[in-house]
Design a protein around this ligand. Sequence first.
Ligand code: SF4
Length: 320
Amino acid sequence: MYDVSSLADGIISGRRLGKGDDLGLLLEAPLDSLCESADRIRKALCGDKFDLCSIINGKSGHCPENCRFCAQSAHNHTDIKEYPFLDEEAIVSECRHNAEKGVHRFSIVTAGRTLSDGDFEKAAAAYARMHREFPQIKLCASHGLLTSGQFARLKECGVTTYHCNIETSRRNFPNICTTHTFDDKLECIGRAKASGLNVCSGGIIGMGEMWEDRLDMALTLAELGIRSVPINALRPIKGTPLEALTPLTKEDILRTAAIFRFILPDAFVRFAAGRNTLPLSGKEAFLSGMNAAITGDMLTTSGNGISEDVDMLGKMGYEV
Ligand code: SF4
């Protein structure tokens, strides 16, 4: 009989799933066997290496875009702290703290469709300085829909990876944002790749999408060759249009984690926001296919402590 364990064997031997495959098995398989098989794929193709990254919210709020999940959109009415681009010193000292704690990657993340010229220069100066002072930490960036010239400049400043989430499936995208499009995202990812940057791209689950949307999002990311895939489990934020949604169950989050491992077998599947909705800082997700996480403080909701994460993951057998 064809089951998830045989499918996992096939993936370990080199099979890759695509949009033409019937993936119903991933939705119907018993959760325990699905997660065990996903963990087996992870061990076989990625080993025990765990990737920890940390972010700083470099500019908060007043975003002209209308992403329905987001606390920082000017279209939504939340009580987040808003502030302009942070001082270089504040960014650099956060980076120093993360580098000393053994975090692998550090990123400045900013609200907005893109950055103004002035803010882009501030970001570039901060990256160049962090690259000089903390060469042990890899630099990532997340600043919206930048131009090819801006990507080239970030690369010169020492940035290795650009973050641009596709957020959801192409079908569902207009339900969560109408001020930019799914194609705007794909074009931005294309420019970042063409500029020689790695791309980190994933999305958010629990925004009212169907299972087919989650499958389609994972398959799109696989087609794009993305090797770092953040998955955020929405914690509905008061004042956003999604505030009344029920958060996903643990079972749904674990099934999504395992499905992403089957579809993106050698990527870092990264648990981003929403880890604290699961017991033990999302420990089960790291036995169900995920092998990366954002640590420290999340953008607009509180996150997990770095030392606690390093300790937990080490005890689980991961190399952090
Ligand atoms: S573009 Fe980014 S900051 Fe702006 S509303 Fe969308 S997710 Fe939030």
